[in-house]
Design a protein around this ligand. Structure first.
Ligand SMILES: *Cc1c(COP(=O)(O)O)cnc(C)c1O
Length: 388
């Protein structure tokens, strides 16, 4: 009855000034999501639970624009989607071609290499300068050269601020017998994405970016081709992220209701609520809102003569902008000044933009002209104030 060795610690309340969240993620919640997080606990033996899963799957088919049945959400951050997509679809002895232009495809390489230690997944890498994107010609010739079982590519890249055109990439991959795996973590909802029409075979996203929900649940979807591979595969991915088993928990193929692990009720309610908000707004309106508020933000930066990391306007991402940090500025000092003086949270560059750029997210609930104005003015003031 006594706790002798480790005495109870003093855990005080903490005061927290909520900043305007304008980094590359996490983003602020929809007000309705804050309420949804407090909804009742639902357990995996009642109809209410499976009704919520059905609602989520219908909403995810809409946001991914897919009629596929194999659509569900992983219990984890965006990385759990990345790991699930790779390890369910690339088997021992097979090759994954990674189109690399930022830090997220580097993560895909790390994940594949770790599986490779035990399973023998081979990685092939093709890259472009990080402030540009791939041509279809380059990707096609790499597919021809490496003959991989799958290709991994990042659609919107929050480490570089670029958007990759993938409209014809599915067909090209299929021509060479490869599956197309796509990261839409920071782009879904903010940029037009059409899974079925573009021939994407596996896609993952996350809720804390343009979805404007909490981190911790990762939507994924698989095409018929991917599904066939999963159902006929000989290798066993990690138990927790085995899509075959999760499909039976999520009732992807009818009323299977098979317990796999305990899903987190607040996350389910929150994701369901994000999807309700998106359905209410509709995708085309959401894409247009992100495009216009980010274009407006870029225009405001131009007025201040602030440079962007990505030179070509058509390659700039509509959710996260990489703003050049002027010569001689310290990114941490800049970040701190923005937080302390303006109560705005932006983040330093990562991967290829480390020390070179500031990353600004005008996305989700913050994809408005009002927020764009606030951030542009604060950036200009910070550049002025920190001039040496
Ligand atoms: C943020 C981000 C991730 C990682 O998401 P987590 O939820 O932190 O795991 C992956 N890919 C892209 C493009 C991202 O922007």
């Amino acid at each position: 009855m006594s706790a002798k060795t480790v005495p109870p610690p003093l855990i005080l309340d903490r005061k927290f000034v909520v900043p305007l969240l304008c980094g590359p993620g996490p983003c602020a919640y929809w007000p309705s999501v804050t309420e949804a997080l407090a909804k009742p606990v639902i357990t995996p033996n009642c109809d209410e639970f499976y009704n919520v899963l059905d609602d989520i799957r219908a909403g995810l088919q809409y946001v991914f624009q897919t009629k596929s049945k194999l659509v569900l959400a992983m219990s984890g951050a965006g990385h759990s989607g990345m790991e699930a997509v790779i390890s369910n679809l690339v088997a021992p002895g097979e090759t994954l071609l990674v189109a690399s232009r930022g830090m997220w495809d580097q993560r895909a390489i790390i994940i594949a290499n770790r599986l490779g230690k035990y399973n023998g997944i081979k990685t092939e890498i093709t890259s472009v300068p990080s402030n540009t994107t791939f041509s279809m010609e380059q990707l096609e010739s790499e597919l021809k050269r490496t003959r991989p079982e799958a290709m991994f590519i990042t659609f919107g890249d929050s480490s570089t601020g670029t958007i990759q055109n993938i409209e014809r990439l599915g067909d090209i991959c299929h021509k060479y017998g490869a599956l197309l795996l796509v990261d839409t973590v920071v782009s879904l909802i903010g940029v037009e994405f059409l899974m079925d029409e573009w021939g994407v075979d596996a896609v993952f996203s996350a809720t804390q970016k343009a979805f404007s929900g909490p981190a911790g649940i990762a939507p994924v979807a698989f095409s018929a081709l991917a599904e066939e591979k999963i159902n006929n595969r000989k290798h066993e991915p990690s138990f927790y992220i085995d899509i075959k088993l999760l499909a039976n928990q999520w009732n992807c193929y009818g009323d299977t209701r098979t317990y796999h692990h305990t899903l987190c009720p607040p996350m389910l309610w929150a994701l369901r609520c994000c999807l309700q908000e998106i359905v209410k707004e509709t995708l085309p309106v959401s894409w247009a809102r992100h495009a216009s508020s980010t274009a407006y933000f870029h225009q405001r930066l131009q007025e201040y003569s602030i440079e962007l990391f990505v030179p070509k306007p058509e390659e700039r991402l509509n959710t996260v902008t990489t703003v050049m940090l002027p010569e001689g500025y310290n990114h941490l000092e800049f970040h701190n000044y923005m937080r302390e003086k303006h109560n705005i949270l932006v983040l330093e560059g990562r991967g290829p933009t480390l020390g070179k750029a500031i990353r600004v997210g005008i996305m989700g609930v913050n994809a408005t002209k009002e927020v764009a104005d606030k951030v542009a003015d604060a950036l200009a003031d910070s550049i002025q104030a920190l001039r040496k």
